[in-house]
Design a protein around this ligand. Structure first.
Ligand code: ARG
Length: 401
């Protein structure tokens, strides 16, 4: 008896996921492997990937373009929540996982598979995100993770694949582990494993080195409606075009790089390089627009929600009751977050230089230091008396005792 009869395998076209196909069949007795490659804007040609799965022994090879849903249903809510894990990582890899999990579960249900599988190892966050998301969507589907159990080194994996006609990688394999989608790139391993070692320029692809960026600043305007980016420089763009266009414009100025040591859910610290030009600038601009359109108390309270929300995405809890409740809160706050933010891109920096909104709460005749001032200065005295009363009482008592 095998572990499952029919399995839908998350497939990338790489050696590891390709080896999963014969491995599931030969070692774990799976009768039929259906592969699923999700197009999330990673820029790979998908027809060769589809064919490669069949050549590696898949009974069926599915390719699904989910880029639009990736932006609208996963990325936009994260932007509305200003989601940055540990205040820096915009979750560009993490956000793709619940969507891939959903595609796997849908395919398993459609094709009557009793399990889904992925090629994650036992050390990362992605296995957690897949397993927990799949369980949340359909707890009756088994999750198989061969690479978590097979204990093969890279060389052994390649050799195993060759026995089943899976070609070894042609070019000298890169020392890095790279994950890529429309939102950006995550790069780790190889020389980056020493947190003191500066990344070589070769790790970057979406962002220019400062030496190669324009010597003139470029100004851009990002238009938002209800917390969602809808246009660039006044021109309306669909969600996918907006992100790809912005990646190019922003990356050309060397903006969007992150070099950090992060805390994985499984307890390991890891050094990761990220490139996410569009996403980082969108969060920066969105947060700024909120400063104009949200009341002080909502802004301050939302910071705590954002922190929890980011951790939940990172830790694989996209589909969970608390996440749903936080979504409702965030959604409610975005009703009036519409307007335009102006940024200056120059030599690795994106600086916000202006913001405007028809829903702005900024009140010039209250804020001004000029003659138009309508603020009642005398009222401040009574306010401060009451506001400072506990402090005054405390200080007085301290002196007496
Ligand atoms: N550390 C990131 C995360 O947990 C990215 C993981 C994938 N990175 C990679 N280089 N393969 O979301």
């Amino acid at each position: 008896m095998g572990r499952a009869d029919k399995v839908v395998l998350a497939y990338s076209g790489g050696v590891d996921t390709s080896v999963c196909i014969p491995y599931l069949k030969e070692e774990w007795g799976v009768k039929e492997v259906i592969t699923l490659a999700a197009d999330l804007g990673q820029g790979d040609e998908l027809e060769p990937i589809r064919q490669k799965a069949l050549d590696s022994g898949a009974a069926e090879s599915l390719v699904i373009n989910a880029t639009e849903s990736f932006v609208k249903d996963y990325t936009f809510p994260a932007i509305q929540a200003n989601a940055l894990y540990e205040n820096r990582y915009p979750l560009s890899t993490a956000l793709a996982r619940p969507l891939i999990a959903k595609l796997l579960v849908e395919a398993a249900e459609k094709y009557g598979a009793d399990a889904v599988a992925h090629g994650c190892t036992g050390k990362g966050n992605d296995q957690v995100r897949f397993d927990v998301s799949i369980a949340a969507l359909n707890p009756n589907i088994k999750v198989l993770a061969p690479a978590r159990e097979w204990g093969m080194s890279r060389e052994e994996t390649i050799a195993y694949g060759e026995r089943f006609g899976i070609p070894a990688p042609v070019k000298k394999s890169s020392p890095y582990s790279i994950d890529r989608n429309l939102l950006g790139r995550s790069i780790e391993a190889g020389p980056l494993e020493d947190p003191w070692t500066e990344p070589l320029e070769e790790v970057y692809d979406l962002t220019k080195a400062i030496a190669d960026t324009p010597d003139e600043p470029e100004y851009i305007e990002i238009n938002f409606e209800r917390g969602v980016p809808v246009g660039l420089n006044g021109q309306g763009l669909d969600p996918v075009s907006l992100i790809s266009r912005l990646n190019e414009v922003v990356g050309a100025h060397g903006v969007g790089r992150i070099d950090m040591v992060e805390n994985r859910l499984v307890g390991i610290k890891s050094r990761e390089i990220y490139e996410a030009p569009a996403l980082l600038v969108l969060i920066q601009a969105h947060r700024d627009l909120e400063s104009l359109t949200l009341t002080a108390d909502v802004t301050h309270y939302k910071r705590g929600i954002e922190e929890t929300y980011s951790q939940m995405i990172y830790n694989g809890l996209w589909y969970s009751p608390l996440k749903g409740a936080l979504d409702a809160f965030v959604h409610q706050t975005q009703e009036r977050v519409s307007g335009t933010v102006r940024l200056k891109l120059f030599k690795g920096n994106a600086t916000i230089v202006g913001r405007k909104s028809e829903k702005s709460l900024y009140t010039p005749d209250l804020a001004t230091y000029g003659a138009e001032d309508t603020f009642d200065h005398k009222a401040a005295e009574g306010f401060i008396y009451v506001w400072g009363l506990p402090t005054r009482v405390w200080s007085q008592k301290l002196r007496e005792s």
